[in-house]
Design a protein around this ligand. Structure first.
Ligand code: VTB
Length: 327
């Protein structure tokens, strides 16, 4: 904990509203084949609304460094300048290619915690393992995947044939996929979207029991905040692909291959996580425009203190965004 005074949790509903607007903005671009426009629309909407929130925020996980991202860059100050000092992790459009291609599993996501309490992760790969509350405390990222699969099955009281592991569909995961299948468990491959697939392990009405993948480190941090709110667990290890990335990791104070636990990702209970579905996922339904012309959106709001998680459906007045005509 660091010496903050003002609590963060009362910002929850505003944070959910920010995600909703970002999701609606990018939903205009679903299936249009343009990743950058979809991401830009979500980023612009998110930034403009975060700036109206009563907080003194700093982006610690964002769209990139100042020289590569005009908005929501790492170090950017956000908020009205009043209220709690917070670290902000944003992923305005998690799954840009999914939205461009009209595929499931995309979200708009934000996590916040008091200043100094979120891991400042570099934009490299991270090996990630995630489970829900029943298996929290039973996994070990430094141990083989088979051990973690067995531990999770034991904690859930399931036979190996009843177990499902979510793994991103990439050649780098071939060995992991074979390990799971050889053990007699099932693999649920996903194309993109680590955040929804890792969080889904903590929800009772989804098929995923264990999440394993080497994906984005920034996504690992936001997922860890959500899993904290749900009582689950995420462990990770940075996997830089070259010396330059390894140096970046060291400069940010996180050594490659060092195991990272929940207390490394998040150093306060007073945290918030919000995500709105853009396209459908295991976690949330995507944005819909209903027959009355309003937007219907589904949002998950996680509150760290007391570990409360709400799933909300909102109807938003049918403002027509200018990008609609461009698609
Ligand atoms: C991961 C995952 C993301 O991209 O970063 C993945 O965390 C990496 O994709 O959800 P590549 O294998 O193509 O490098 C996402 O799927 C989308 O940002």
């Amino acid at each position: 904990m660091n010496g903050f005074t003002e609590p963060v949790h009362h910002l929850g509903l505003s944070l959910a509203a920010v995600c909703e607007q970002a999701a609606i903005a990018s939903a205009e671009w679903i299936g249009c084949g343009n990743k950058n426009e979809a991401d830009g629309a979500a980023t612009e909407a998110m930034r403009s609304l975060l700036n109206r929130m009563p907080m003194q925020g700093t982006v610690v996980i964002g769209e990139g460094e100042l020289d590569e991202a005009p908005m929501l860059y790492i170090g950017e100050k956000l908020g009205t300048g009043q209220g709690p000092r917070v670290d902000i992790a944003v992923d305005p459009l998690e799954g840009t290619a999914l939205v461009a291609d009209g595929l499931d599993n995309s979200l708009s996501v934000i996590a916040i915690a008091p200043e100094g309490c979120l891991l400042h992760a570099p934009d490299t790969y991270m090996e990630k393992l995630a489970v829900g509350p029943a298996a929290a405390g039973q996994i070990d990222i430094t141990a083989p995947l088979l051990y973690n699969l067995q531990q999770t099955a034991k904690a859930l009281g399931k036979d190996m044939r009843e177990m499902t592991v979510s793994i991103q569909n990439r050649p780098r995961h071939r060995e992991a996929i074979e390990t799971v299948r050889r053990a007699g468990a099932k693999v649920a491959l996903f194309q993109e979207g680590d955040v929804s697939c890792s969080i889904a392990t903590a929800l009772s009405d989804t098929a995923a029991d264990l999440f394993y993948s080497i994906g984005g480190a920034p996504e690992g941090v936001v997922s860890a905040v959500a899993l904290h709110c749900l009582g689950g667990e995420l462990q990770g290890r940075l996997k830089p692909e070259n010396e330059e990335q390894a140096l970046r990791c060291r400069l940010m104070g996180v050594l490659p291959d060092t195991p990272l636990f929940m207390q490394d990702f998040l150093r306060s209970d007073d945290c918030l996580f919000a995500a709105t579905g853009i396209t459908d996922s295991m976690l949330l339904s995507g944005v819909r425009r209903n027959s009355g012309g309003n937007w219907a959106v589904h949002t998950m709001l996680g509150i760290g203190q007391g570990r409360q998680v709400y799933f909300m459906k909102s109807e938003k007045a049918g403002i027509r965004l200018p990008v609609a005509e461009l698609c």
